[in-house]
Write a protein that binds this ligand. Structure first.
Ligand SMILES: Nc1ncnc2c1ncn2[C@@H]1O[C@H](COP(=O)(O)OP(=O)(O)OP(=O)(O)O)[C@@H](O)[C@H]1O
Ligand SMILES: [Mg+2]
Length: 505
């Protein structure tokens, strides 16, 4: 295999203050190979790829990449432009698109000078059309990215990388926001491109797709590479053990009688910006000690449902009743005070203020609380020690509670949000795609906390496109499709899948 090596990382290390994000990591990639990079949240996967892509300068180590002719050449480190020129493209874990620009402009942006961009729109469009045909990834080019669903945005991100004629494509959790079907299609497309010579590294927490679509698996743990295995020789259990060094226990589910209703939606309609965030005539009840699962493919009205329950979107008709109080038209803060805890879908956009510290983010929903502030000034010491306690209880790992929240890894941001929500013992929890992008351990932790809240007496509305998650946690299941919600009187996967696709009632 050495003859067709296209990339070689040798002894890469990177520290951030006291955190050793990567410790002497070496990794090879071959032409046409699909390599999966696995590891728990915070294991150092994104950091490693950011060094390859020139975003971070390693403390030590080197990278060699195949050039025009034979052999590998050293890649100048710390220069994204050099990485791009060497044919390395990266699709980041978090969206990097400009929301107000169309998909087309986003794809062109940064790869063509502005003057050429205007002149060569037609040529650019032809090229993108060709890439869409070859890759099977489609997007509406003229629509502003801000109006797209997360799945569509993800396709635009990938098209943008492919537009730059990459030979090595790095995808940081490309399917975290996709439905299983979308993910399978994406990987089939990637597989076809790999057959044509594209070399791919992808990061994922979804072992099923890793096993189905990668050729080889490399595992990081605490910044170190702890193993590599051919995907054909691996199974879920083996790689899970490599990742965490032990088996992950399943959350226990207590059998409970549902109590009084905490949330009632009656004939609720929401008119969103587009059909995909609208809701028509939806009615539902969530009781204490109960998890209502809302299954559906993303972009079928979940945004409107979550928006209404968290006070971010006003209903156009119908009522929202929380614990017997009619709360139509109330703002997010009023709802938080009424006992609603919110785990948002897009935790980077709606869950945290990245430029504020972890400690500040942990009190961000109770800035009026005298325990947290006096006369508008934060009580630094109290906020700090409160955050340290929560970080310990919820296992939030990273550069410390004084660091900016955006420096936490994806899973640790989610744990921070969980800490903030559960600490207040909310009576109603809105959990919107709560385990998206989380490793198995962190996902199990979310499940455990939700079940614990259910035992305590909270009502939970769990919006998820992960049917396994819905089935394992929900007391009752509703399906949302095209803005309509229907109660499912089945737990059969296939029937639920058909209902999610709008093909059966
Ligand atoms: N710029 C930074 N400054 C300080 N610490 C950082 C920075 N970037 C990453 N870290 C820390 O380095 C460690 C590795 O983070 P990284 O983002 O590489 O993890 P990951 O494996 O991609 O995790 P996830 O699966 O959650 O995305 C984490 O502890 C993270 O908090
Ligand atoms: Mg990451």
């Amino acid at each position: 295999m050495t003859a067709n090596k296209v990339l070689s990382l040798e002894g890469l290390s990177k520290r951030f203050g006291s955190v050793v994000a990567n410790d002497d990591v070496s990794l090879d990639l071959h032409r046409g190979e699909i390599l999966a990079l696995l590891g728990e949240n915070g294991a150092g996967k994104t950091t490693l790829m950011n060094m390859l892509f020139g975003h971070y300068l390693p403390d030590s180590g080197s990278v060699h990449v195949a050039g025009e002719g034979e052999g590998l050449r050293p890649l100048p480190l710390g220069h994204p432009q050099a990485a791009l020129q060497a044919g390395i493209g990266m699709v980041h874990q978090h969206f990097t698109l400009a929301e107000n620009l169309s998909a087309f402009d986003n794809i062109m942006l940064g790869s063509e000078p502005l003057s050429r961009l205007r002149r060569d729109r037609a040529a650019g469009r032809t090229k993108i059309e060709q890439i869409m045909t070859d890759s099977g990834l489609r997007a509406e080019l003229e629509v502003p990215v801000g109006r797209m669903s997360v799945g569509e945005r993800q396709r635009v991100e990938i098209l943008k990388a492919l537009y730059r004629d990459v030979t090595i494509l790095v995808l940081d959790e490309p399917t975290a926001v996709l439905t299983p079907q979308e993910a399978d299609t994406l990987f089939e497309n990637i597989g076809a491109m790999a057959k044509e010579g594209l070399s791919v590294i992808f990061i994922s927490h979804k072992l099923r797709e890793v096993l189905a679509f990668s050729h080889r698996i490399a595992v990081l743990r605490h910044g170190m590479k702890v193993g590599e295995i051919a995907s054909a020789d691996a199974d879920e259990r083996t790689i899970a053990r490599m990742m965490v060094g032990a088996d992950t226990p399943e959350a226990e589910r207590e059998s409970l009688e549902p109590g009084a209703p905490v949330l009632r939606l009656e004939n609720l309609s929401v008119v969103g910006r587009s059909r995909r965030d609208s809701l028509s005539d939806a009615s539902l009840t969530v009781r204490r000690h109960e998890i209502l699962g809302v299954a559906g493919v993303s972009g079928n009205g979940q945004g409107a449902l979550a928006g209404v329950i968290s006070g971010l979107m006003p209903p156009s008709a119908g009522t929202v009743v929380i614990d017997n109080d009619n709360v139509d038209g109330h703002d997010p803060l009023t709802l938080i005070r009424a006992g609603v805890g919110r785990i948002p879908e897009d935790r980077h956009r709606d869950g945290i203020v990245g430029s504020m510290s972890v400690a500040e983010n942990m009190v961000i929903e109770r800035l009026d609380d005298p325990e947290v502030q006096t006369r508008g000034f934060l009580k630094r010491d109290a906020v700090q020690s409160h955050a340290e306690t929560l970080a310990r209880d919820y296992d939030v790992r990273g550069p410390g509670v004084e660091a900016n929240a955006r420096l936490l890894s994806g899973g640790n941001i989610q744990k921070m949000i969980l800490a903030r929500v559960f600490e207040r013992s909310p009576k109603l929890i809105l959990a919107n795609q709560p385990t998206r992008g989380l490793d198995m351990g962190a996902a199990a932790e979310v499940a455990r906390r939700l079940l614990e809240a259910r035992s305590r007496g909270a009502g939970i509305i769990l919006i998820s496109e992960d049917l396994d998650e819905i089935l394992s946690l929900s007391d009752r299941i509703m399906v949302i499709h095209d803005g309509e919600m229907i109660e499912a009187d089945t737990r059969d996967r296939e029937t639920l899948g058909l209902m999610m696709a709008g093909e059966a009632a």
